[in-house]
Ligand binder design. Structure first.
Ligand SMILES: CC(C)(COP(=O)(O)OP(=O)(O)OC[C@H]1O[C@@H](n2cnc3c(N)ncnc32)[C@H](O)[C@@H]1OP(=O)(O)O)[C@@H](O)C(=O)NCCC(=O)NCCS
Length: 194
């Protein structure tokens, strides 16, 4: 059980540990083999649970690790921030990303992506804590506008709406569920302020 009893500390540098309760959320400066294994566990669990997050069934370890290896290279190039929530045993249980590299006429914008929480720890506030940390991380990277898309009617949609994200609209047939059925997406944005 994860207890989220203390607030995320305001102004904490995201390179350091942000601690809501006893849940550390870290910005992964480098993503090595250990992190790739932990992040892959979370990604595989989410796809197996039926989430539409870029992958189809069957979800293999090789596909998951390949994704995190290329994400690791992207972090090293400074193109994105990867946050990871860990349980008290140090295992990664959730993650979210901010895509920083945008066209030169949108330096103030970032994309929020790959919000993933392992089923083992869902509905305990991990997703909400990751979202707060991601918004802080984006602000400290100079971003004042975040954009995301998420499956229409999903658990994630409620999470974003609850944390003040503005709904833009829905795109039918945007993607596929992992089993091949089409699904709609809803686009959200949020202006960030200190
Ligand atoms: C969407 C997702 C990230 C949410 O993660 P989470 O950690 O369960 O999120 P939270 O715990 O902050 O909130 C989830 C629910 O638990 C509730 N909750 C939070 N803490 C709680 C607690 N201590 N006791 C009871 N309920 C609690 C929230 O109110 C929320 O309720 P709702 O779904 O009825 O609105 C997770 O379901 C997930 O990974 N889904 C699969 C991947 C996916 O679709 N990602 C989105 C891509 S855009």
């Amino acid at each position: 059980m994860i207890h989220l009893t203390r607030a995320v500390r305001a102004g904490t540098a995201v390179e350091e540990i942000i601690v809501p309760g006893d849940l550390p959320i870290r910005s992964l400066q480098t993503i090595g083999d250990r992190e790739i294994r932990g992040l892959s566990e979370v990604l595989i669990d989410c796809v197996e649970s039926g989430a539409s997050v870029g992958f189809m069934h069957p979800m293999s370890r090789a596909k998951a690790e390949g994704y995190w290896q290329s994400t690791s290279a992207s972090v090293a190039r400074g193109e994105r921030v990867v946050l990871a929530a860990q349980d008290t045993a140090g295992r990664i249980v959730g993650t979210v990303q901010i895509i920083l590299n945008q066209p030169e006429n949108q330096p103030h914008r970032g994309d929020l992506a790959k919000m993933l929480v392992h089923r083992r720890v869902r509905r305990q506030g991990v997703g909400a804590a990751l979202l707060v940390a991601a918004e802080r991380s984006a602000l400290s990277a100079g971003k004042t506008l975040l954009v995301l898309d998420t499956v229409t009617g999903s658990d994630a949609e409620r999470l974003y709406a609850r944390q003040g994200w503005q709904r833009c609209g829905q795109i039918p047939n945007y993607a596929l569920w992992p089993d091949g059925r089409p699904c709609a997406t809803t686009v959200y944005f949020k202006f960030l302020r200190n």
